[in-house]
Each structure stands twice: as C-alpha cells, then as structure tokens.
Design a protein around this ligand. Sequence first.
Ligand code: BGC
Length: 742
Amino acid sequence: MKKTKLKELLNSLTLEEKIGQLIQLSGEFYNASDISLGPQRKLGITQRMVDLSGSVLNVTGAKEIHRLQQKHLAKKGHAIPLLFMSDIVYGYKTVYPIPLGMGATWNPALVKKAYENAAEEAYAGGQQVAFAPMVDLVHDARWGRVLESTGEDPYLNSCFANAMVSGFQSGLEDGKGIVSCVKHFAAYGAVEGGREYNSADMSISNLFQNYLPSYKAAIQAGAKMVMTSLTTLNGVPATADKWLLNNILRKSWGFDGVVISDYASIYELTQHGFALNDQDAAYKALDAGVDIDMKSPCYANGLKPLLEDGRLSESKIDEATWRVLSLKNDLGLFEDPFRGSSEELENQDLLTSSKRKLARELGRESMVLLKNDNKVLPLKAHSNRKIALIGPYADEQSMLGLWAIHGDTKNTVTFKAGISEYVDTDNLVVEKGTDIIRDKDFFIHSGRDEDRVECVISDAATEKLNHDRAIAAAADADVIIFAGGEHTLQSGEAGSRTKLRLPDNQQKLLNELATLGKPIISVIISGRPLVLTDIIADSDAVIEAWFPGIEGGHALADIVFGTYNPSGRLSMSMPYVESQAPIYYNHLSTGRPQKTSQHVGRFVSRYTDAPTGPLFSFGYGLSYGSVIYHKPKIDKTSIKEGESVTLSVAVENPSKIDRTETVQLYFHDEAASVVQPVKRLINFKREIVPAEKTINVVFEVKPKMLGFYNQLGEYIVEPGKFELMVGQNSNETQAVKFYLED
Ligand code: BGC
C-alpha cells in the first residue's frame, strides 16, 4: 500500500482501533469461547480489545495462522491484518545449537546461514517476526539466559548480532524472510548476582563500551524491531526508560522501527515501584517510546482514560500506531495477509536435508574440546575396541535447550544414533546409568505437576538397575564415553542457579566410572559454562557440547571419530568455582594485579582460597594435532591519525592433520583517562592451517579501533602507548607495542 493510503487508513481509525494495534496477545485469547472464564478475564481486558488487537504471540503453523487471520479479517471494521510474532531464537523446526554454542563457533558467516534457514522455515509456517536475536552480553554463568547469548565479548557479540539479523531479514526485499526483533534492550545480561529479573547497575562507560555495542550492531544491520528488557538499568525500568529508548535508540542510533515491551513488563512497572497503577504504567511506557504492549492489560485499559484526562495526547498514540501499520505494510500484509505461507510450503521447506546438514555443521563447530590427554581422542572408527556409552544423555533426544519452543525433540539425533554410525554393533554398549536429575522438588518448583514427576525420576529399583548395568558395561569396555549434563529446565529463562555443577547423582556415577581405570571421554550438555573442575579431574578428554540441536548426535560423533577436527573456542569464560562469578577476560586493570603487583603475598587482588582466573578462559579450545604461533611482527612502531599498523603472525601446523585456527587479536591501552580492560578483542580470523604448513595471518589496526567510551558515553581515541596481543585464546598471547602519536 502507498504511504498516502496508509496515512488515510490511520486517519480513518477510531481511537479504540488505534489502541488495538498497540496490543499483543497470545493464541489462547483468539480461541476462548467463554469470555467470562477465559484468558480475557484473567488478564482483565474486554473481548472488544481482543477483537481489535494488532499482533499475536507464539502461535505456530501455517494452518492455525491462516485460520486466525481469516477469522480476524472477517470481523467488521477496518480488519487490519494481524502480525504473528514468536520466539525463534535458534531455529524454528530445524533447531541449531544454542546461541552460546553458536558463539563458540566464531563463525558468523555460518550462523547467518542458519538464521536464513530459520527465516525460510518460519516464513513457510506463517511467522512474520522473530523475537531474536537476544544480544545481551553476559558475565555471570549463574544467569540461566546466558544460553541465549553469544557470550561475554562486545566485539564478538556484535559480529553475531549482525549475522543473525541479516540472516533473518535477508529475504525481506523479495517479500520473504522475517523481521528481526532484537532483545532485550538494554543490559538485561548484567542482572545482579545472576538472579533472573533482578536489577542492573553500571557506569555509563561500561554500558557504552560493553553492553550497548551488540544492540547497536543489530540496529545497524537493519533490525526492524526492538524488545525492551524486563529489568531496571541504573534504577529505571528499561520498559519506561526515555533516555534509552528515545535518546539512545531513536535519536542517536536513528532507529525508526517498532519497540515492543517484554512479556507483561509494562504491567510490572507498578511492581517495580515505578508506576502507581496500570494506567500510570501505560502512560510511562508509551511516553518513553514503547509502541506495543505485550501481554498486559495496561494499554488496553489505560490509554483511553489517559487521553480523556488530558495526560496523553492522541498524537503519541498516532505515532506508535503509525509505526505498527508501517511494519505491516512493509511486510506486504495488506496485499497478502498470509505472506505466501502455506502447508505445502511447510512440507517443502521444513527440516530439509540441507537444513539438517547445516545443523550438523554448526553443531560440530560449536562443540569445544576442553581436554584431550594422551591423545585419547579421536577414536578410530570401526575398530575392535569396545565402547561403553554411559550416562543420562547417552540416548536422550531432549538436547534442544529451553528456548527451542517450535522444535520437536523427536527430530533429534541422539549421541547413541550418531556414534552407532562409526562403531560396529558388537562393540558398542549404551547404558543410561542414572537419571539426568533426581530432585523431585526441582521439578515441582519448575512448574511440573507432582504426579508427572515420576516420569522423569526413576524409582529406586530402576535406578539401581540402571546404575549396575552401566558399571558392568563400563568395566567390560576399552573406553568409556560419559554423556551427562544439565536438565533442560536448569537453564534458560528463570533458570538462575548458584550451584553450577552436574547433578549429584551424575557426578557420583562419573566418580565411580573413574575408579575403573579406563580412558574416559566426558561429553557435557549445558546451557551455560558449568563448573567442570571435578569432571576434568575424572576424565581424559572433555567435550563441551552445549545443547547441540537436532543434529547433536551426528555432530558429536564426527568429532569423537575425527571426521571433523574440533574448532570450537569458548565465547564465555568457564569458572573454576561458582563464587568467582562474575568472571570475564576483559576486566579492568586493578592497582594490585596478582601477577605484576609490587605487593607480594596477601595484599594483591586475588582470592585466598581459589585461583583468580577461570578454569578455561575466553577464546580457549583444543583441536587435534598441534600448532605454533610464531612471534608477531608489526610494520611500524609509531603511527598517527589517518595511518594504520599492520600486524602479521606466522601460524604453523607441524602435525599431519589440517586444523582450523581462530587467530585472536587483542589490545591494551597502557594509560587512558578512563581505566581500560587488561585486554580487548578487536579482530579475529578463522583460518584453515593445512597439515605441515605455515600460514601468515595479517591484521590491519586503525586508530579508531583503539578508542573507548568515557563517563559521558562519548567515544574517544587517546594517543599513547598500546599493546597488540595475538594468540589462540585470551590467556595465551604474544605482544608487540606501538605508539599512537598526538
Ligand atoms: C522473554 C522474552 C520473550 C517473551 C515472549 C519473555 O518472557 O523474556 O525473551 O521474547 O517472553 O515469549
């Protein structure tokens, strides 16, 4: 529709109709037959507002979406098509590894393809907006939603934010693809103590330097929607933060798309103690720039009285409605309210073999080999060695993680299935050994009905049988693969934990397996960096597999049997012990750094009862074979504004197997007017280093890459002495120094 026509449409709408466009409800609202008992009553809104609502949350499938859209358009009045939005966080039907695993690929180009695929599937299924990517930077593994983040580094996160948004939206120009709604603006990942929905408090320079870049990258990549955060930032709820939404997002970054609240976050402004009641909350959110109210009664009931009282002007409502209508128009909904979706297209585009192939590739690139003593890995395929695959994830399909809400675990390739393709039947024994978790209270607190808990907790006799069979199988084998990890419900939204270890029953089983004296390869499923200290001690090799997606079994087997040389590198530090949280590589320099302080003994910045650093640092990961990083060289030791310095490093692979190296470039500003991190990633190159060959990796560094944000949120580059550090992870680097002249 032409803009002039759209304007005419806006002008012809009644106030109620405009408000309707600003309301988002979930599927059950459109199916409830008895409004006196239905969800409307629970939420406290009228059937009329449901009829006028503008968008729908988390309804899936072309058939259902067609049905709801047709029903909606058949209603009297302006019949503006509904927009269907949902959480397509790391895949639609083809589920990829969780974003924390995607972060470990250091391969944004491949991740972009996965988001293109997700968009193609979601488009076929009638979805129009994905509530993703979640680009919140994370430092604290206690927070369950680290699962949805690509990690702790602003530069790496920005690369992925760009890839994910461009992937989702790449089809838009041809009338395909889906809109990306980046979330959760802003700094949700900094919740204090890693406790869900808690507050975030930080300096302005920290906010600008670390937390905002990934949202900005998403906006620069063209994200057409932004979702607010459920939390407060420096005392103001993000859902009503005028400074964030207006000054930063719209004015400074030029965002002109739609802002949506997070689930009920407008209603929660009252709970925060920021608004007096629903009406006040509606005023504060709309005034700050939130266009759509997700799943709360505030806009539905509050906006009209606010206008009648003269507190709100109709032009504010018009602005928000215009943005929603424009988005619908940009998507072509007025011409085709189904946007070409159909069941036939679903049959053609969902879960295709090429999409599964990509899930396998991404799965294996996401897995991180953390330990490989005595080259226990890779195993030889179809050898005579007997393998015992033991553990609750040995043959488990629930490996998709909490936010794969459109995926079906039935489509998952289990570890057993993947490994079976490399091992003769007689040489593979698979035993569960124990349940994933045996804590009834945990399931009840997670919202599971008490009478269903037995489904996931075996009775004592079965548990004993599983245990005994596992120990006997392991005792009879030449090598043990232990597959354990977190339960799906232990991470993800509202999955904050203080104990980041394997459930006790699993750790006990692993300890017992370790007494058998056989080589043990541990494979860990998790939605966060767990504390792996005990697992490392019990195992010869450890693979962090995250929640690996539907091709998890194949991906793991490719690594175990060496058809893929592991290349994953951590994008989030792995703590040595929980109480190190928050822990991240790019922390500020202290006045008494443990390694270089002139103070000795007690009076340095460290823990007295644990190492100061993580168990595995950012960027860490092993591959098969070996590698040598030669001394880096720079072409100049001093540069001026407008010039650049070129760093080159020879990377040698003396082994007989090709490997992929992620060559990481960090820098440190030796003295600045705001204290700078000990190291900051500014670039990386993911290169194949062929067997017995040396490659030269070259980086160009320009002065503008060396700046920082001051306490006013301004980006400045200060002349002075800089260190460039290059290496295979943030902890093993070699440095060269140069000056940036005045
Ligand atoms: C989450 C969002 C999500 C929304 C809609 C909220 O609870 O915080 O990330 O997009 O629900 O499902």
